[in-house]
Design a protein. Structure first.
Length: 325
């Protein structure tokens, strides 16, 4: 049993209820939507975000309730819709070693399918009996869009700072992890101090997850469904390259910034940029920052009593920083 299966085993009954309710949330008599959602469901990832919401609730209470499940589904639908829309925006044709929705059905169906999922997320929100859960769910939808627009704006600039990078990933990735923890805790009426710690844990976990993803771009690994240099080829400047550019000589830095500005992303140039980031310590620096966030995430759990759910949350951090896909 690998680490993620071990984590999910602690909440297997709750995840089974989540899956049944999630499938029901997307029931439709439209054959196109039915085909899209079956395709997405069969290729879904590890369900990490609903797992976090449920673990957060279980950490604070022995029993979860349907508000926990509906909140987790709303967040998973928001996340999935954002991925479908992102693939259209980025003109991406592959996700998790399979065709993306836009590659298989075209941009129109992809956008409309994502829109339908957003509406389905609202329907789940309407079923939540806890009014305190509504704000974080709506807020994270704004954050995801804001992060995408920030990235689009910065991609048109000549350079990106480390601070700007973290602003983007806080909105695009970490905010959702944080809100999953918040929604889970709110669903069982946890106290505000505990919720604050769990939100911070989720944010730090999200940083670990995104930095690990960025590191993948600098190594050949077919398992992740993303070829080496994919981010670079899309004009996305991530932490390894940001650090390398800050530590390189002016001539080499100028050459790479020119390639980025004029989108000169031949295979040869992408390979050069990859080697450049490795040579100037960009990947090692990214690893060191990821380790900082790993320690911070685990520290946020110190005040909670030991339990299988606390250990599962610690294991989530270890999974984020050691995963190979």
């Amino acid at each position: 049993m690998d680490i993620i299966d071990s984590i999910k085993a602690t909440i297997s009954a709750e995840l089974e209820l989540f899956d049944k309710t999630f499938v029901a949330a997307l029931e439709t008599d439209n054959p196109i939507l039915e085909g899209v959602y079956e395709y997405i469901y069969q290729r879904s990832g590890k369900r990490l975000r609903p797992t976090l919401a449920i673990l957060s609730a279980k950490l604070m209470s022995s029993e979860v309730n349907m508000s926990t499940i509906h909140g987790a589904i709303a967040l998973e639908l928001l996340h999935t819709a954002s991925l479908v829309h992102d693939d259209v925006i980025d003109n991406t044709f592959e996700r998790r070693n399979s065709q993306s929705v836009n590659a298989r059905w075209g941009n129109k169906v992809a956008v409309l399918s994502g829109d339908y999922m957003l509406a389905a997320a609202l329907a789940q929100v309407a079923l939540i009996g806890n009014i305190k859960m509504l704000h974080p769910i709506s807020f994270v939808g704004q954050q995801l869009t804001d992060g995408e627009l920030l990235q689009l704006n910065i991609s048109q600039q000549s350079k990106i700072s480390e601070a700007e990078y973290f602003r983007i990933i806080q909105r695009k990735t970490a905010s959702l992890f944080s809100v999953c923890m918040e929604v889970g805790a709110l669903s069982v009426h946890a106290d505000s101090a505990s919720i604050d710690h769990l939100k911070k844990y989720g944010e730090y976990l999200g940083f670990c997850f995104q930095i690990r993803d960025d590191i993948f771009d600098y190594y050949q690994n077919a398992d992740i469904g993303k070829p080496t240099g994919n981010d670079v080829g899309d004009g996305k400047v991530t932490l390894p390259l940001i650090h390398a550019l800050e530590n390189a000589g002016q001539e080499e830095k100028k050459k790479i910034i020119t390639w980025i500005n004029f989108k000169k992303f031949s295979r040869e140039n992408i390979d050069y940029i990859t080697r450049f980031a490795l040579k100037h310590g960009g990947v090692e620096y990214a690893r060191s920052r990821m380790e900082e966030f790993r320690e911070k995430a685990i520290r946020e759990l110190d005040g909670f009593p030991d339990s299988i759910y606390k250990q599962a949350l610690i294991d989530c951090v270890e999974f984020a920083v050691t995963r190979t896909k």
